[in-house]
Design a protein around this ligand. Structure first.
Ligand code: SF4
Length: 196
């Protein structure tokens, strides 16, 4: 990826392809140049990361956009989050996880000249958008990138993302991402791809 130099360029941090189906077109409609950034050290096992990565690449192709895929380094994530393995989803471990992802994204945005940073994380009805936007603001302002605060699940955004991801044939995961979130899986364990 060559990066952008315009003040209206946005790096969109992508947690998964389905959650990006609403933000990416909406930011374009608002006049921004949008590139994606996927970093999935929090996704386990590796086969699951591959499925989500491939789905993000497919989405970028369908939208005619560019996406940067950060190298997979789950040890980095475990180094910060494993001490919080027992914390239920939505707690301190997730705060650390969001911060790690948004720090990486803001560093990439700064290094490649993007004017703004935004995230798809607020598409999910299971995540706290106030917390995510506060973390994004902190991570990006620390490094000198402007944060675009958005709550993508508003105005039926989540339902729309489900519809669009079905239409585009995107892979839809059954758990948030980390090995600990598999405990909160709604579907049977056999449906999780790969080995832990
Ligand atoms: S449940 Fe999701 S947000 Fe929370 S730590 Fe695991 S992968 Fe990150």
């Amino acid at each position: 990826m060559t990066g952008c130099m315009g003040g209206a360029s946005v790096l969109l941090h992508i947690c998964c392809a389905p959650d990006a189906t609403v933000p990416w077109p909406a930011l374009r409609d608002a006049g921004f140049e949008v590139d994606g950034f996927f970093c999935g050290d929090n996704i386990h096992p590796e086969r699951e990361w591959e499925l989500r990565r491939d789905s993000v690449i497919l989405l970028a192709e369908k939208l005619g956009g560019r996406v940067e895929i950060a190298p997979y380094n789950p040890d980095l994530w475990f180094g910060r989050a494993s001490a919080l393995s027992w914390v239920p989803e939505g707690g301190e471990r997730c705060r650390v996880c969001f911060r790690m992802q948004l720090d990486m994204a803001s560093e990439f945005a700064k290094a490649h000249g993007y004017g703004y940073l935004c995230t798809t994380l607020t598409t999910s009805p299971h995540k706290d958008p106030l917390l995510i936007n506060a973390i994004g603001e902190e991570a990006s302002s620390r490094i000198g990138v402007k944060w675009l605060s958005r709550v993508w699940r508003k105005n039926d955004g989540f339902r729309l993302s489900v519809e669009r991801s079905r239409e585009m044939g995107l892979y839809r995961q059954r758990y948030c991402g980390c090995v600990y979130s598999v405990r909160e899986l709604v579907a049977p364990m056999e449906s999780v791809s790969g080995e832990f």
